[in-house]
Design a protein around this ligand. Structure first.
Ligand code: SAM
Length: 277
């Protein structure tokens, strides 16, 4: 059989379709999620239902977001699941998760074996809605999970680490080999739990400032902070925040980035308005 065919479906590369085929892994993920009736369970990318069928056996209702029309048709006609599912045939990247949480009157429990081609952008999109999310369980490339949990002074510490740790407590749960999927991806995978902080440790007044500062510094990783942020902060200001101006983006902690973002919000000048655009 063509190795891209699974359960009679031809896996589409452009939708990042790598279907789980390993029952031990599927059961481990579902027991980590621990779904209960009455919860607002939402799966991103249910595909052929490998996780959906098992989660569905614990709950009366669940929501799924699936972009592939063929898979939506299969799910809508699924013998066991069809009466339990609310299907959003949509791109998860444009879903307003806060609106859905408001409609179901409770925070969402989101999970999924995410399409790897959009997983990082999708995480950034989900962070916007962490106030409406109870927890998230995702299968991701191992390399992405390494970046999510990376601490300063590490080569993989970046904008994703700062934004993820600003919003969430992150717990890697399980390593998964390529052979657990059909077709097999070229990378190793990790299942991770992200729990949005109920109280943000270093709240920033305007998260757009944090986004822009981290984009600016990490886009110029090799430059010192004095240079990459030279148009926004003097070396004296950086020193006042306890940041050595000769450090690079990867040496600055989440708390220090938050201080810088708040300083910009406070001294919100015309220049900084331009900076936000
Ligand atoms: N959950 C299934 C499993 O574990 O076997 C499928 C996982 S597969 C890695 C990713 C799934 O996400 C596919 O079903 C794919 O069609 C869907 N998908 C891809 N891009 C999407 C998007 N932008 N929004 C929603 N679903 C998407």
């Amino acid at each position: 059989m063509n190795k891209r065919v699974h359960r009679g479906h031809f896996a589409r590369k452009r939708f990042g379709q790598n279907f789980l085929n390993d029952h031990f892994i599927i059961d481990s993920i579902v027991s980590a999620i621990h779904p209960k009736p009455g919860e607002a369970i939402m799966e991103i990318g249910p595909g052929l239902g490998a996780l959906t069928e098992v989660v569905g056996s614990f709950v009366d209702r669940m929501m799924v977001i699936e972009l592939d029309r063929n898979l939506v048709t299969r799910l809508a006609n699924h013998a066991v699941l069809q009466d339990k599912l609310t299907i959003y045939q949509q791109d998860a990247m444009v879903v307003n998760f806060a609106n859905i949480a408001q409609q179901v009157r409770q925070p969402l429990r989101v999970f999924g074996n995410l399409p790897y081609n959009i997983s990082t952008q999708l995480l950034f999109h989900l962070f916007i809605y962490t106030h409406a999310i109870l927890d998230m369980h995702f299968m991701l490339q191992k390399e992405v999970v390494d970046r999510l949990v990376a601490k300063p002074d590490s080569k993989v510490y970046g904008r994703l680490s700062v934004m993820a740790q600003y919003y969430c407590n992150i717990i890697p749960l399980l390593q998964v080999a390529p052979t657990s999927f059909t077709p097999s991806p070229k990378v190793n995978s990790t299942v991770v739990r992200l729990v949005p902080h109920r109280v943000i440790q270093n709240p920033v007044g305007d998260v757009r400032m944090l986004t822009r500062i981290t984009t600016k510094t990490f886009n110029q990783r090799r430059k010192t902070i004095r240079n990459s942020l030279g148009d926004l902060f003097t070396s004296v200001q950086l020193l006042e925040f306890g940041i050595d101006p000769s450090l690079r983006a990867e040496n600055v902690s989440v708390a220090q980035y938050c201080k810088l973002a708040n300083c910009l919000s406070d001294s919100f000048s015309h220049t900084n308005r331009e900076f936000l655009r």
